[in-house]
Design a binder for this molecule. Sequence first.
Ligand SMILES: Cc1ncc(COP(=O)(O)O)c(C=O)c1O
Length: 448
Amino acid sequence: MNDHKARVLEEVRRYHQDIQAEAEFVPGVTEIWPTGAVHDVEDRVALVEAAMELRVAAGQKARKFESVFARKLKRRKALLTTSGSSANLLAVSALTSHRLQEVRLRPGDEVITVAAAFPTTVNPILQNGLVPVFVDVELGTYNPTVDMVAQAIGPKTRAIMLAHTVGNPFEVAAMAELAAEHELFLIEDNCDAVGSKYDGEPTGTFGDMTTVSFYPAHHMTMGEGGCVLTSNLLFARIVESLRDWGRDCWCEPGESNTCLKRFSYQMGTLPAGYDHKYIYSHVGYNLKATELQAALGLSQLEKLDDFCAARRRNWRRLREGLDGVPYLLLPEATPRSDPSWYGFVITLDPEAPFTTAELVDFLENRKIGTRRLFGGNLIRHPAYADQPYRVVGELTNTDIITTQTFHVGVYPGLTDEMIDYVVASIKEFVEVRGMNVTGSASLAVSSV
Ligand SMILES: Cc1ncc(COP(=O)(O)O)c(C=O)c1O
């Protein structure tokens, strides 16, 4: 390594140490974030080193990340994107590609999903002129059952697009069987569930395509970033084309003629021999991530297993600590699953002698960060007022989630002391506010 560079990186290591002063946890004063990124010195060095290279556009590091990450998640291909939202957009858009011929999705076709969702799981359906069909979810697991989805299948249904909510897998093996039986595509939004397993296999390996987010709240981060993964090489090719301006050519920047036929194609009504580098086979986007993001991603990937283990540990500590507390419906892992949790979700019994807002307010005043279960019922938001959609059954639990549900953090930056303080605070609030009221959570887990 060049001397100057080695010295700069040594300084970066020192700088990292300087700013790492262990802050003592002071209950009620120290912020307990609901989500957050955990970076070590190697992350800082990796990012600075990549910046010093000044190769910002995606290149070798991005390709390396894709191949390592694909292996890690047991898929043949991973395609790095700007975000989890753009990964979802690309995955759904791929289903509309002419390359799928007669099975491509067309405007007006339906995609089954849930309204208790992050918006950009649902938005790509609308953005592609497709129609979301909303089903309810269970309380406790916060996922729909296979039966709920099966009941929503109609003559125009062509795909299922579901997230493994807050890391908790939906019944993905049976969902994949249902999809196969009805010739539906299945996209697993794995943005909150990297590291989760179902029947011992990673989530994201059951459907046609899966997506991941690398925003700081998620299991590993690049600051911003995302990924589409698939083992279907046609889907991978389509996603790559859509991600990279819609081009037909797959040469890396700076590369040419890797197909050895750059000037021998004839496509569309273009003249024969038109430069393949500039032939567009899709109405695409530019949703490529950068080399800097990939450098950080490669460094974070080294710690992914530890991050997931910490998330599981923190979740268990909260679960055990809060067990039996009245008025709270605690989360449950889906049977046959081993979730790598994103957060710890609590639903308050509507009969509780206090409101969700009061409990959340109490916690926030103690610097315990809370978040809603994303949008609650999305169709209650102004954004969806004029959008086409179909609802199957009553969204009863989705509405309960809108008023009664929130989550606290399990991310690896939290210590046992912090988790114990969260548990003690919730217990204290319930004890004081529930005084002289005998009650227990009357919401049944998995009630629909
Ligand atoms: C389930 C789910 N899907 C998609 C996304 C979008 O990811 P990003 O923020 O990287 O766009 C999120 C974001 O938190 C999410 O929770």
